[in-house]
Design a protein around this ligand. Structure first.
Ligand SMILES: Cc1ncc(COP(=O)(O)O)c(C=O)c1O
Length: 372
């Protein structure tokens, strides 16, 4: 059996008639940017996340940079364990990152880790809180910390769209939230796609200007240097279509994650995602954008090879600290993040996985550990 890590091809097959109709409508209209689909997508995202404004962009990477640009931030706290793009906006904005450790047993920093660094550096003016793998359980605590310390708070919810913290959705925290709809995400576009969400009118207008050559939409003047970060109308049409299925996608991901957890939680070599993340159906705490196991006793690479031999594609998110990437090349003291880099292991998870494939993955993982 061959099981790929992503299921976009299957999703296309399942949605083909609706998908083709939606994009054909756009192509026939001749309006490929800024059409009614783009406006409707922005309205839908703002509603889903309880925000006044949503600006669609060509990536979450741009959203993070534009949010920092609005803040004029110079020194920004950011998790050392994430995809690199969580921190590149800081450099694009000519600021400096300060890399933060993870809370023990979690994939985000808590107030404690932020406070430790803040105590040593009074130049810090902002914080990008990254919520990874499909949950945002520490968002509320991080937002409170930022408020208490007057830090500009940016939420990187590229991976947690659809999840909740304290009954508030990801995308609802801080001065600006940044979402991604690139092809690896729960709502997967076909190219680059992202959004910036905010309740602040100034941030909204600055983002609109940065999105299109510095042009102010209120008077048409080009006020400062901007970029070209428009979302294509056809992409917006596909995202709107997929958003109709968001709940069922999340439900199926949670169902598969539950199966994995049931199968692996008693394995002494594995640590599974927390059990309490399944409790709330109405406000899902975890939407399993990724299913990430901790593999103890450095058997991860062998497990990956073994599963590859069985036709199962797996990934490591993330093998390296951001501070260790050549682009940053900074010293950091983030032992929990370092330990995560050495032990995390992602299994395929997507709504289109069939029951027999889930069973096959479980059997293959279990059979590997029987060989030890
Ligand atoms: C945590 C995180 N932040 C930011 C990004 C950047 O998103 P995009 O690819 O839409 O620019 C990603 C993309 O994978 C991500 O995982």
């Amino acid at each position: 059996m061959e099981i790929k890590f992503f299921g976009n091809d299957r999703q296309y097959q399942n949605l083909k008639p609706e998908w083709n109709k939606a994009v054909e409508k756009v192509w026939a209209s001749g309006q490929y940017f800024s059409d009614s689909h783009v406006l409707e997508l922005e309205k839908t995202l703002a509603q889903l996340c309880g925000r006044k404004y949503a600006v669609s962009l060509s990536s979450c990477t741009d959203a993070l940079y534009f949010a920092l640009n609005s803040s004029q931030a110079k020194k920004t706290l950011v998790s050392n364990f994430s995809f690199l793009a969580s921190a590149t906006g800081i450099l694009r904005n000519a600021g400096a990152p300060s890399f933060i450790d993870l809370k023990d047993g979690e994939y985000s920093p808590s107030a404690r880790e932020y406070q430790k660094v803040l105590n040593q550096d009074n130049k810090v003016d902002s914080l990008i809180h990254v919520s990874l793998f499909g949950e945002c359980a520490l968002n509320f605590e991080a937002e409170n910390f930022a408020k208490k310390n007057s830090l500009f708070f940016i939420e990187d919810s590229a991976q947690s769209f659809g999840s909740y913290c304290e009954n508030r959705p990801a995308g609802n925290f801080g001065q600006a939230s940044c979402l991604s709809f690139d092809p690896t995400k729960i709502i997967a576009g076909t190219s680059g796609a992202g959004a910036l969400l905010t309740d602040d009118e100034e941030i909204y207008h600055n983002t609109l200007r940065l999105r299109l050559h510095g042009r102010d939409s209120r008077n048409g003047e080009f006020q400062h240097l901007g970029y070209k970060s428009l979302l294509a109308s056809s992409e917006a049409a596909i995202l709107l279509l997929k958003l109709k299925y968001l709940e069922s996608y999340i439900q199926r991901r949670r169902e598969i994650a539950q199966e994995f957890n049931n199968a692996f939680s008693s394995n002494p070599f594995l640590i599974t995602p927390h059990k309490n993340q399944f409790l709330d159906e109405e406000f899902p705490q975890h939407v399993f954008h990724k299913y990430v196991l901790t593999v103890k006793n450095s058997s991860r690479e062998n497990l990956q090879k073994y599963l590859k031999g069985k036709g199962i594609e797996t990934r490591i998110h993330y093998p390296k600290l951001i501070s260790d990437e050549k682009l940053f090349g900074l010293e950091s003291q983030t032992p929990n993040a370092k330990a995560a880099c050495e032990t995390v292991f992602s299994l395929p998870i997507y709504p289109e996985l069939k029951d027999e494939e889930v069973s096959y993955i479980i059997k293959a993982v279990n059979s590997y550990f029987e060989t030890l």
